[in-house]
Every structure is written in C-alpha cells, then in structure tokens.
Design a protein around this ligand. Structure first.
Ligand code: SF4
Length: 345
C-alpha cells in the first residue's frame, strides 16, 4: 500500500485526527492503513464522514464488551492446516496473506491481520494448504480471503491459480477483496489475467459499504474484470453511522447492480473486539432489509447474514416475512400486511 497513511502521526498530519494519547493505544493493538484512493474520499472536516468512520481509528476501539471475541466467526475451530478454514463440506477458505491495502476499523479478523498479524503463508505452508485441497475431492470451491488476496502480485496470484487449475475437482475460485475499491489502480490487465485459471470459473466479491466507494476509478476496474470473464458479486457490512439507513443501502445496492455486480451478502457486524460502536441490533437490520424489499428491485437485494459465533457458519437472518408451521403460515408483505398461506378459502 504505497503512499498509504499507516500511523497516528501521519493521520494527524492529514488532519484526520486530533492529538489523543488513546489513539496511540489503539495503534498498538490494531493496524492502521488508509490508501490514497480512500484518503481522497474522506472529508476531514466532517467527523461523521461515512468513509472516514470506516478507516480512521477512534478511542472507542479500546472499549471491549463481554460478548466480543478475538476469533468472532470461529475460523480457528475449522482450520485443519495453516491457511485453510474448512467449515462447509464443499468449500474452503484459503487465507494466503494477512495484510490488507487498508485496515477497516470494524474488521472481523482484526486480531489476525496487519503487520503484527499472522503474516503470509510460507512456501511450505502453502504447499500443505494446496495439498489439503487436492486431497479432499468434496472441495468444489476455493475462497481466497485473508487479509486481502489482491495485495499479492499478479505473478504470485498467477502461480497460485495455476496450482488450483491442476486440481480437477475444484471448479470455482472466489476472491474476497477490498482492492477494486480502495486501490483500483491495481486492477490492470495483468491482474485480471492472473485471476483466471484454465478450466475454472472465477468469482470476485467486491467489498464496499457506502455508495461513495463506487468511484469512477473503481468502475474502470469492474469493467476490466467483467471484460476479462470474471463474475462480480458484492459483500457489505451493515455498519452504524456508515450505511444503517435505507437511502444509503438502496443507493449502494443499486450502484452494485448498475456496475453488473450482483449484491450477495450484507453482513450483520461480527463481535470483533472494540467494534461495539459499529453494531446495530438484529431487529434494526431486519427492518432495514425489509424496507429495501419494498423499495428497490429484486436484483438489488442482498442476503442479510449473521456468522454465528463459534464457527457454526452463516445464517440468513433477514427472513422475518414468514411465521407458522404445519402448512399454515402467515406471510408478511413489505408493508407489514399479513396474509395466510395457503390462503383461507
Ligand atoms: S480489508 Fe477485509 S480483512 Fe482487511 S481489514 Fe478490511 S475487513 Fe479486515
């Protein structure tokens, strides 16, 4: 992340924070990183700027609550070898790298990423992770996450994809990344080519949380990836003070669709340490996704998911629209109207 702000001193010089000893304590615990493209989006005169709120550290991060945990979604409980998380039968996470182009203040893996984090897999660890995938024929999809896999050079990514291309049973390779939005200049033809592999289908989940992140530069990268045969989906985190209102969420989801990015996940914020100031309640989240249903096209609807703490996987928590049993349900429409299903004759 060349040119990125990485310290409290640099944040002060950029007028993003005032002198505050508490911020030094935050910086000791959690990595700081604001890439130039993100810096250009932050209004330093607005303390509530929704972009700034995602990346500029605050003293609130020193407050942890009893329910928060270092491994909020339970990766470690499902890690058979270093760098692999095998939580569901047909897919694995491959975490090749634990650095990012930016450091999000709400990050669910904040205890693992950054310069003090788990680092990059060694050659031997990567061999063993690839060996695990090759040995498990039920693995249909490999999800590269991290950290951010697109901080790797195109040469290293190409090499990784070549190794996955050799594994017959892997059909899908999915990348989860912030890079197209926060370092769009990295999405050049060489990078796009590196993300493809012979015989495999590549999906890329673009992580963005506010419509202002879908800049002209980011759009050029989306176009490049689509033209290069990469399917695009989105992932966002529902964050207090960033996107917890219907107008912002609607604009973000429409922005994705207008750029041929299919909205995929809207994550309920995880119980990562020091992130309570970002959390909305589940009821608030459900009300928001329900309001989205009434307001914008079905194409624009994300799945509202909770990663169940402890490593039990994702649950769709948006569905407040049906209650009942024994073939007798009440279905709620987007305006709150209730209807029997099947209809009463
Ligand atoms: S890019 Fe992803 S992994 Fe990295 S800090 Fe942000 S949320 Fe965490």
């Amino acid at each position: 992340m060349s040119g990125a702000l990485k310290s409290v001193t640099e944040l002060k010089a950029a007028r993003l924070v005032a002198p505050d000893a508490a911020l030094d304590a935050v910086a000791e615990k959690y990595a700081i990183g604001i890439a130039p493209a993100v810096l250009g989006l932050i209004d330093p005169n607005d303390p509530d700027d929704p972009i700034g709120r995602q990346f500029v550290p605050t003293a609130d991060e020193l407050t942890t609550t009893p329910e928060e945990r270092a491994d909020p979604i339970g990766d470690l409980a499902h890690s058979p070898v270093e760098g692999i998380v095998h939580r569901y039968p047909d897919r694995v996470l491959l975490k090749a790298v634990h650095v990012c182009p930016v450091y999000c203040r709400f990050c669910f893996r904040r205890e693992m990423v950054g310069p003090q984090g788990l680092g990059t897999l060694t050659a031997a660890e990567l061999d063993s992770a690839i060996g695990y995938i090759a040995a498990h024929e039920e693995i249909w999809e490999v999800i590269l996450t991290g950290g951010d896999p697109l901080v790797l050079s195109p040469r290293r990514l190409r090499h990784l994809m070549e190794r996955l291309a050799d594994i017959e049973h892997v059909k899908i390779v999915r990348f989860h990344t912030r890079v197209p939005v926060v370092e769009p200049e990295r999405i050049d033809d060489e990078m796009v080519a590196a993300l493809r592999a012979s015989g495999k289908t590549t999906y890329l989940a673009v992580h963005a949380n506010h419509p202002r992140e879908l800049t002209a530069a980011a759009k050029i990268g989306f176009e490049r990836m689509l033209a290069g045969g990469i399917a695009l989906i989105s992932q966002s985190v529902l964050l207090k003070g960033v996107n917890d209102d219907v107008e912002t969420l609607a604009s973000l989801m429409r922005g994705f669709v207008e750029n041929r990015i299919k909205p995929y996940y809207l994550h309920h914020p995880d119980l990562a340490p020091g992130t309570g100031h970002f959390r909305v309640s589940v009821a608030e989240g459900q009300a928001l996704v329900n309001a989205l249903r009434g307001r914008i096209s079905g194409l624009c609807q994300p799945v509202y998911v909770l990663d169940i703490p402890g490593g039990y996987g994702k649950a769709d928590i948006g569905a407040t629209s049906i209650v009942g049993s024994d073939g007798c349900f009440t279905v709620r429409d987007w305006q709150g109207g209730e209807h029997a299903y099947p209809p009463i004759a």
